[in-house]
Ligand binder design. Structure first.
Ligand code: SAM
Length: 242
């Protein structure tokens, strides 16, 4: 197993927030993931794709690093499928796999259905309300999606993923290394980063590697491998739990 690249860097000092973060914090802690829905509801697919280019993920470097898992899986889920970056890649690498995408924003789900037709079962639902017709070999939770949930919600999410996996199935959690966040993010003392986009805020609650280990092993995963890489000078990590 590779050693975990543990970064304990102090969060950068960035300009004071323009929006009232102190009041907002209470609501994000109580329902952080729900509070992040608006930013996606208001985001065009074109802008979403531009963000992927901006974060260096448009060419699917993260997915290329787990080709071996994708190629041998019979059933794969991408959590929060967005515009289908991962779904398209799965189909390209393994045209026989049964593909599932859970996405709660209707406009993205409609786009995915149109784009992938029979190649992917698109579930337009909140992840906590979704049901799947079979157990999976691989679940991906990419592009720091886990950080869009509060820590409490992350524990629940990991439990949900574990129940959806076959014995021996793999959960891949991808995120930027905690403490090294892009310049346009700023932080509070509770490890929440916020990104302003028009009137919307993205609340961000990146888990530390030790927290992920604790929660994942607690629900029955037995091993964790890590793959450290970077995009646009931002260090990122893939955590592979099985
Ligand atoms: C950072 S994007 C990741 C997109 C895609 N997985 C990728 O890697 O390109 C997060 C996505 O998760 C979706 N999402 C966030 N919370 C969700 C939830 N509770 N249930 C379903 N989808 C959710 C968002 O709408 C958004 O499309």
């Amino acid at each position: 197993m590779m050693e975990l690249a543990h970064n304990t860097a102090v969060a950068p000092v960035l300009p004071q927030p323009i929006l009232p973060v102190v009041n907002y914090r209470k609501s994000v802690v109580n329902g952080l993931n729900k509070s992040n829905q608006a930013i996606y509801e208001h985001m065009s697919i074109q802008h979403f794709k531009k963000c992927a280019v901006g974060s260096g993920l448009a060419d699917c470097i993260d997915l290329r690093l787990i080709d071996d898992l994708i190629e041998k899986a019979d059933a794969i889920l991408d959590f929060g499928a967005g515009y289908g970056r991962a779904i398209e890649y799965f189909h390209f690498r393994n045209i026989n796999a049964r593909l599932y995408g859970i996405e709660r924003v209707k406009k993205f789900a409609d786009y995915l259905r149109k784009r992938f037709r029979s190649h992917c079962s698109v579930i337009n639902s909140d992840v906590f309300e979704a049901t799947l017709p079979e157990k999976l070999d691989l679940i991906t939770c990419l592009w720091s999606s886990i950080a869009e949930f509060s820590y409490q919600e992350q524990v629940r999410l990991i439990g949900q993923f574990r129940r959806w996996l076959k014995p021996g199935g793999v959960l891949v959690i991808e995120q930027t290394v905690v403490g090294k966040v892009p310049q346009h993010f700023y932080t509070t003392d509770e490890c929440h980063y916020y990104h302003r986009n028009g009137n919307d805020l993205l609340a961000y609650c990146a888990p530390y590697p030790e927290q992920l280990d604790h929660w994942c092993f607690d629900v029955g995963f037995k091993t964790r491998n890590t793959i450290v890489y970077e995009t646009n000078n931002i260090p990122r990590t893939l955590y592979l739990y099985s």
